[in-house]
Write a protein that binds this ligand. Structure first.
Ligand code: HEC
Length: 157
C-alpha cells in the first residue's frame, strides 16, 4: 500500500514536473516569438520611416508642393510617438542592430526620440504653411542631426 502510494505520488510528481517544464518551455518560446515580432515590427516601421524620408527629399530639394507631404510627416509623428514602446526589455536579443545603450541609457534614447519629434513638428509646420524654403532648411537637418543623432549612439552599423 505504502509502496503503491509512494509510486503514485512519485508519478504525479513526475507528471507535475513535466507539466511545469512544458509550461516553462511554452512561456519561453512565447517570449522569444513575441520579441521576434517586436523586433521585426519595429524594423519594418523604421524602414517605412526611411521610405518617407527618401520620398520627401526630392520634393524638398525641388521646392515642390510641400503641403502634399503632410500625410507622410503625420505618419512619421504617429509612428515615432510609439518608438519608446518598441524596445521592451529582452528585445536586445535577436535579429536587431539596436545597441545595448538603448536599454542601459534609456533616458538618452528617449531624449533623442523627443528631439526628433520636435523636429518633425517643425517640418509639419513648414509643410502646412507651404513655406518651401523653411521646409528645405528643416528637412536638411532632420536626417543627419535628428535621425543620425540617435543612430550614432544607439544603432550598430
Ligand atoms: C531614438 C532613436 C532613433 C531615432 C530618433 C531614429 N532611429 Fe532609426 N533606428 C534606431 C535603432 C535603435 C535602430 C535599430 C533597430 C533594430 O535593428 O532593432 C534603427 C534602425 C533604423 C533603420 C533600419 C531598419 C532596418 O532594420 O532595416 C532605418 C531605415 C531607420 N532607423 C531610419 C530612421 C529614420 C529615417 C529616422 C529619422 C526620421 C530614424 N531612424 C530615427 C534608432 C533611432
Amino acid at each position: 500500500m505504502i509502496a503503491i502510494m509512494g509510486l503514485g505520488l512519485g508519478d504525479s510528481c513526475m507528471t507535475w514536473r513535466m507539466m511545469v517544464s512544458a509550461l516553462a518551455l511554452m512561456a519561453l518560446t512565447g517570449t522569444a516569438l513575441a520579441q521576434g515580432d517586436v523586433i521585426a515590427e519595429r524594423r519594418a516601421g523604421l524602414k517605412r520611416m526611411g521610405a518617407h524620408m527618401d520620398a520627401i527629399k526630392p520634393m524638398a530639394e525641388a521646392r515642390g508642393d510641400v503641403k502634399a507631404l503632410e500625410p507622410r510627416i503625420d505618419d512619421m509623428i504617429a509612428w515615432f510617438r510609439t518608438m519608446p514602446t518598441r524596445f521592451p526589455p529582452g528585445s536586445d536579443r535577436g535579429d536587431t542592430k539596436a545597441l545595448p545603450a538603448v536599454w542601459s541609457d534609456r533616458a538618452g534614447f528617449d531624449a533623442a526620440n523627443t528631439r526628433l519629434l520636435g523636429q518633425l513638428d517643425v517640418l509639419k509646420a513648414a509643410a502646412a504653411s507651404g513655406d518651401t524654403a523653411a521646409f528645405a532648411t528643416a528637412f536638411q537637418a532632420t536626417g543627419p542631426q535628428f535621425c543620425g543623432g540617435c543612430h550614432r549612439n544607439f544603432r550598430a552599423r
